[in-house]
Structure formats: C-alpha cells, structure tokens
Design a protein around this ligand. Structure first.
Ligand code: FE
Length: 226
C-alpha cells in the first residue's frame, strides 16, 4: 500500500510539471494518526500533543520552502553560491523540513501498539542480521542514547540487511539504498516532559508501545520485489 502511495505521489509529481517547463508541487497536508497515541503506557498525552505540533510545523515549512523553490526567478538562479545564496538555503533547509515530515510520520504511524516481539517475517530478518531480538533491542537502545535526534532501523537493499542507523538531526546521516522501517525520535521534546534526562526509560517505553504490525507493513513494502 505504501509503495502504491509512493508511486501515486511520483505520478502526481510528474503530472505536476507544468507545460511551460517550470516546476510545480502539490501542497502537502499533515496526516492524522491513531487515537491510541493518546493513551500509551509511559508516553503521555501531553507529550504527544506537543510533539504533533512540531510535526505540523515541519509540514508547513516544507510547503513554504517548496513554494519558494518552484517560484525561483532567473535572478535568484543566477546568484546560486555555495557560501550563501537563496538556492543554497532553500535546498539545505528543505532536507530538514522533509526529514521532519517523513521521520515523524513513521514515528507516529507505528506507535500506539502493544509492543512485544516483531511479527514472524521481521523477527526472522532481525535474527539473521542481529543474532537475536534482544541484541537488536540492545543495539537500538544504545544507538538511541548515542544519537542526538534519531535512530532508524532501516532495510538496506544494497547490503540486503537491516541495520540501526544513527541520526543527529532530521536530515543526518542518511545512507543511500536504506529505507527506515522503525524511526525512534530521541530529541528531548519526545521524552523530557515524561522522563527528564532519563532517555533510556523513554526508549524502553517506545518499545512497549511499538506496533510491530505497522513495522511489518513497512518492511513488506521494502522487500516486496526480493
Ligand atoms: Fe520529534
């Protein structure tokens, strides 16, 4: 389903190239997520409410930046510069805004579940790549504590394996050919209301509320053509 949606977006994007050869984009709207987000164990309703405001802010900024990009005039294109230019600033900050949208959609999309163990297909791949589910969780937790913003379990279609990648911000450090199937937000806003500086307990709560069925769907899309 996710892949179909992605293809649909691609088609909309291609169709949205105007006949006059100038770029266009389709304005993005914030997604709504499961109501179960508001009744989780260990992650409060207040934290989720505040966190969703940040997500909606990223959507607004993504639209704003894209609007500026598709309306760039020849004068701004001619001023492109690697030290400072509008083209540079928009292209750099677009990656932060876009990361803020996509990361949070994965995060909120797979929370509100019952935790426990992964579904059979995901568990099989986890065991193959990490040895055991316990080792996977240990690595994920340590990577989350070592990160300043995110940790992602991603399917690397070049390496043909799952790996826990560390991110310090919405847009660092992507690795080509890798698609996140689990996204753990480790920015302070994700846990400070509930845990203060105790990030480890927040990561434990994250796993207790993870919906592995949604993770399995993310994984199935990535491996559909294996
Ligand atoms: Fe966040």
């Amino acid at each position: 389903m996710l892949l179909k949606n992605n293809l649909k977006s691609e088609i909309i994007f291609l169709l949205s190239i105007r006949k006059d050869n100038s770029m266009q984009f389709t304005k993005y709207s914030p997604k709504t997520f499961s109501n179960s987000l508001y009744s989780m164990k260990g992650i409060s309703k207040k934290t989720i409410e505040e966190h969703l405001k940040l997500y909606q802010g990223y959507v607004t900024k993504y639209n704003e930046i894209m609007e500026r990009l598709v309306n760039l005039g020849d004068d701004e294109y001619s001023k492109a510069n690697q030290t400072y230019s509008l083209v540079r600033e928009l292209k750099v900050e677009l990656t932060f805004a876009y990361g803020g949208v996509v990361n949070h959609e994965i995060y909120f999309g797979h929370l509100g579940g019952k935790g426990g163990e992964p579904t059979a297909g995901v568990l099989k791949q986890v065991k193959k790549d990490f040895g055991s589910f316990e080792t996977y969780k240990k690595d994920m937790k340590a990577t989350g504590i070592a990160a300043r913003g995110w940790v992602w379990t991603a399917w690397n279609s070049r390496e043909m394996r799952l790996f826990n990648y560390l991110g310090d911000a919405q847009n660092t450090f992507p690795v080509w050919y890798s698609t996140p199937i689990v996204a753990l937000d480790t920015y302070e806003h994700a846990y400070f209301i509930d845990y203060g500086v105790n990030r480890g307990s927040y990561i434990d709560a994250f796993f207790e509320n993870l919906d592995w069925n949604t993770v399995a769907k993310n994984f199935e899309v990535d491996t559909e053509y294996l």
